[in-house]
Design a protein around this ligand. Structure first.
Ligand SMILES: Cc1ncc(COP(=O)(O)O)c(C=O)c1O
Length: 400
């Protein structure tokens, strides 16, 4: 008899962990490592949010809350969805969880029937958690490779071609990690039309919605039509927008039947997310967003500097990111070349040798289903970012 279940054995180990563990160990040993692997804002949680958590502690708000979240918080989330996204949810349609990652797990767990090979369409490059969660929940990830010429955005034709009678769900992430792609309203509507015509559900992951730098503003899939509202689960959270990754609060808005099922499941699986963090989140959602604007302005300056510096490089280039805080650097022209006796064959060897040789940590694109790229995050100081890009440039030029 196997010790571990089939569904757990099916999970791939995280490719990103090995590199980041190595980068951390090198840093701890006093080496001057520049880390482009960071997946969270390098800013502190704003003071007024921290103060709200302190107040909650002082008021003794340290008990269980309803499993789906405090009524006051679910109301604040409804107000946020209405204000920012034009979505009219009732508090009964909102579930607060331990981070958006937990919300995404809940959605897949609620919708996918194990043993039925239900398919979930995931455009690549993708956030590496999606396929693993789908597999754990008994679904079959169907990866659709997007094109660089389309700025890594899935087209309606590509979506339609991937849909089969087994398709249950389409995971749609805009702004996208890792590509930074932001879909326009027209693009969202065109994809929604395919979903409506084929009757599939959408999980819309909008966690980076406030981190956008171009003209284009993100548009919510559920806002397209009443049909889409009834067939979309909208996931969001406070991790990225308010630099609150460690607080672990994410949330979703869903059709009532789905929300009720997730609420029951969550009541047995984890109960409520942390009560103090819920009070802090109420403050975050109900306050003016000057600190968010300040953070976005700083990311925007780094993004421009990054695009400019990469455009000066030979042999590597990036697809211009419009949102989040990542860029995909296309490095496949270095494959087949060597650094000393070490040969670069793919994004993993590129990242590994780069870390050893230039003390720069990047995430291999293989982790996101894009082995010709590496992901660089610009969640680090301008000075470190420019120094790191300098080192990447010199490294690439030194290859033979
Ligand atoms: C695309 C995407 N969705 C969801 C999450 C999960 O965020 P959290 O669980 O911190 O709310 C992340 C975090 O990296 C992400 O990149």
């Amino acid at each position: 008899m196997q010790v571990l279940s089939k569904r757990i054995r099916g999970i791939s180990p995280s490719l990103t962990l090995a590199i980041s563990a190595k980068a951390k160990a090198m840093k701890a040993a006093g080496e001057d490592v520049i880390n482009f692997g960071v997946g969270e804002p390098d800013f502190n949680t704003p003071e007024h949010i921290i103060k709200a958590a302190e107040d909650a502690l002082e008021r003794g708000c340290t008990k269980y809350t309803p499993a789906a979240g405090l009524p006051e918080l679910r109301r604040a989330i409804c107000d946020k969805f209405a204000r920012d996204n034009g979505l009219e949810y009732e508090p009964s349609q909102i579930i607060v969880s331990n981070g958006a990652k937990h919300s995404i797990f809940n959605v897949c767990f609620a919708l996918l029937e194990p043993g039925e090979n239900e398919e979930v369409i995931i455009p690549a490059p993708y956030w590496l958690t999606y396929p693993e969660v789908v597999k754990v929940c008994g679904g079959v990830p169907v990866i659709v490779n997007t094109q660089k010429k389309n700025n890594f955005k899935i087209t309606p034709e590509e979506l339609r071609a991937a849909i089969t009678p087994k398709t249950k769900l389409f995971i749609f992430n805009s702004p996208c990690n890792p590509t930074g792609a932001v879909y326009s309203e027209a693009e969202v509507r065109a994809l929604a039309k395919v979903c409506e015509e084929t009757g599939i559900y959408v999980l819309a992951d909008e966690i980076y919605e406030k981190l956008v730098y171009g003209e284009e503003k993100p548009f919510s899939m559920a806002a397209v039509s009443p049909w889409m509202m009834d067939h979309t689960v909208t996931v969001n959270g406070v991790s990225k927008t308010y630099a609150m990754t460690g607080w672990r609060i994410g949330y979703l808005g869903a059709p009532l039947e789905i929300a009720k099922a997730i609420s029951s499941f969550q009541s047995h699986a984890t109960s409520n997310p942390n009560s103090i963090a819920q009070y802090a989140t109420i403050k975050a959602l109900n306050s003016p967003e000057a600190s968010v604007e300040e953070m976005v302005a700083r990311f925007a300056r780094r993004r421009l500097a990054l695009i400019e510096r990469v455009s000066e490089m030979k042999d590597v280039y990036c697809i211009i990111p419009e949102g989040a805080f990542y860029a995909m650097l296309v490095v496949s022209s270095t494959y087949g070349k060597s650094f000393g006796s070490q040969k670069i064959t793919d994004s993993v060897t590129f990242s590994d040798i780069l870390l050893d040789a230039a003390k720069v940590a990047v995430v291999p694109g293989k982790a996101f289903g894009a082995d010709d790229c590496v992901r660089i995050s610009y969640s680090l100081s301008m000075k470190d970012m420019l120094e790191g890009l300098e080192r990447i440039d010199a490294f690439v030029q030194s290859l033979q």
